[in-house]
Design a protein around this ligand. Structure first.
Ligand SMILES: Cc1cc2nc3c(=O)[nH]c(=O)nc-3n(C[C@H](O)[C@H](O)[C@H](O)COP(=O)(O)O)c2cc1C
Length: 161
């Protein structure tokens, strides 16, 4: 039986809820990504140009440290990464996650929740990180998933075994 892992980061639980629905539909395991320094509500204030997220997201190559608790993915065929959209793209800690996981040979897909932004820039951001790591991975088209219907439609497009 092919195995799927849903790995997500969520600051305010919106992405977490979607990740749980996807894991249920696919009978997948689920794991959460934790920032080494958790984000406070002041950190998440996008109206403040000096907030932590404003600074991190506007720095092109910034990396954000994560806790050393990523699951061992060696036994999974398929990996789905979920994240909110911050300033049009994934939180910088998603880049750290992709750097740290060995994604060679995996079927990879990613999704987001957002306040309205689409997935194009997030897809490009993730594909660039995959290229920078020289991973031999298959990448599916990601999507913003804000409703049950969108989730079910997207899951059907995945090339998962
Ligand atoms: C710092 C920050 C920046 C955000 N930037 C965007 C954005 O560029 N476009 C958008 O549609 N939503 C944006 N949002 C809204 C989030 O993407 C949305 O609320 C998401 O569902 C939050 O997911 P979470 O609860 O899993 O953290 C932003 C939220 C935060 C905190």
């Amino acid at each position: 039986m092919p195995k799927t892992l849903v790995l997500y980061y969520s600051a305010t639980d919106t992405t977490k809820n979607v990740a749980q629905v996807i894991a249920n539909i696919l009978n997948a395991d689920i794991a959460e990504i934790h920032a080494k320094q958790p984000y406070t509500s002041a950190d998440l204030d996008w109206h403040d140009p000096q907030s932590r997220t404003s600074i991190e997201q506007h720095q092109h190559n910034s990396r954000v440290e994560i806790n050393d608790d990523l699951p061992d993915i060696s036994n999974y065929d398929n990996v789905i990464i979920g994240h909110p959209i911050w300033w049009g793209i994934p939180p910088r800690l998603i880049t750290t996650v992709i750097d740290k996981l060995d994604l060679n040979g995996k079927n990879l897909a990613s999704f987001a929740t957002s306040g309205g932004s689409g997935y194009e820039r997030s897809q490009s951001n993730i594909e660039r990180t995959l290229r920078e790591n020289n991973y031999n991975a298959t990448i599916n088209q990601g999507a913003v998933l804000n409703s049950r219907r969108q989730i079910e439609t997207w899951v059907k497009t995945l090339n998962f075994r």
